[in-house]
Design a binder for this molecule. Structure first.
Ligand SMILES: Cc1cc2nc3c(=O)[nH]c(=O)nc-3n(C[C@H](O)[C@H](O)[C@H](O)COP(=O)(O)OP(=O)(O)OC[C@H]3O[C@@H](n4cnc5c(N)ncnc54)[C@H](O)[C@@H]3O)c2cc1C
Length: 287
């Protein structure tokens, strides 16, 4: 399948990219790894007049660690995240999840910024981003702003980004002591996309009870979401509360129903994989 005709530009600065994007009047698209955008163009689900490739824009490929956490440039690939010793040390769940994305070719091309901006309901990293309580740094014609993970995903393939904004960085806070994390995924056997993916971040308090918890779920509904029912049910409880809390994983979600899995099956997977992610996270937290 061939995409519709389009122009291609590869600006050498962020300002130039932003100018081109604004001047296109909504007809241009940012190109990062191209592993979601190009398939959509080939299926004619997207027909941008111009692709603005970020490959020559400096400053988007760094991983930086400081006392507050990690910031990752929008053009850092899944493979680079998976291989980064800094990420492995500070946020092992992100490294594990990046390693589970697609296959080697996909991981070598696909980027963190592209994955989050695309907001595929079956993408791995949106759920992890929610559970890690990160934030997006975006630049637009009026300057820079940050968008919290909890406000970023709006609907299927839709985010809080404006048409003329570019993601430059993803910031992720460091984890407090006695925190365990785990990403558990039931993947489609061909594409490796998540039929269900659950990311759990659990901090244990005194007496073996859960002090703080965040659970991000992907693959189940039209967008990645925080499983708030699960979080509330396990807050202040011990590991023996996991099974009961995990039952709430699909609560309030209009579960996807398609050729890959029925809504009922996805709800079941959400419960099972939430239980597994919570068990692993609490174990790693030493609880
Ligand atoms: C065979 C195959 C298997 C895959 N399996 C998985 C999987 O198992 N799990 C998974 O999570 N993903 C999977 N993917 C998707 C892959 O991770 C993509 O690379 C990713 O979702 C998009 O990143 P990208 O860099 O390729 O973005 P692109 O395809 O270049 O862009 C995607 C969208 O984001 C926008 N965009 C990109 N970067 C920016 C930016 N900096 N600022 C603003 N907008 C931006 C683009 O305009 C476009 O609309 C798979 C893809 C393929 C082809």
């Amino acid at each position: 399948m061939y995409p519709a005709k389009f122009d291609y530009v590869a600006p050498s600065s962020l300002d130039e990219a932003l100018k081109l994007l604004s001047e296109s009047g909504g007809e241009a698209k940012i190109l990062a790894g191209g592993h979601s955008l190009l398939p959509m163009m080939k299926l004619r689900l997207a027909q941008p007049a111009t692709l603005i490739d970020l490959r020559n824009v400096p400053g988007l490929t760094e991983i930086k660690v400081d006392q507050n956490g990690i910031s990752i440039g929008a053009m850092v690939t899944h493979a680079q995240i998976a291989a980064s010793p800094e990420v492995q040390r500070a946020l092992p769940m992100l490294s594990e999840a990046a390693h589970m994305v697609g296959d080697l070719q996909v991981r070598n091309r696909g980027t963190l910024g592209g994955s989050l901006a695309h907001a595929d309901p079956a993408g791995d990293l949106p759920g992890v981003f929610l559970a890690l309580d990160g934030e997006i740094v975006a630049r637009g014609p009026n300057g820079e702003r940050t968008i919290k993970a909890s406000e970023f995903f709006v609907d299927i393939l839709t985010t809080a980004l404006e048409e003329n904004e570019i993601v430059t960085q993803v910031r992720l806070p460091s984890l407090p002591p006695k925190t365990g994390t785990s990403y558990q995924k039931f993947e489609h056997p061909a594409s490796h996309y998540a039929l269900t993916g659950v990311a759990a971040v659990v901090t244990m308090g005194d007496g073996g009870v859960v002090q703080q918890i965040r659970v991000g779920v992907t693959g189940v509904g039209p967008k990645a979401y925080r499983a708030e029912g699960v979080e509330q049910a396990l807050q202040g409880k011990g590991a023996d509360g996991i099974a009961q809390a995990a039952e709430k994983a699909p609560d309030g979600i209009d579960c996807n129903d398609d050729i890959h899995a029925s809504a009922e099956y996805r709800a079941h997977l959400a419960r099972v994989f939430t239980r597994r992610a919570l068990q692993a996270a609490i174990e790693r937290a030493g609880g």
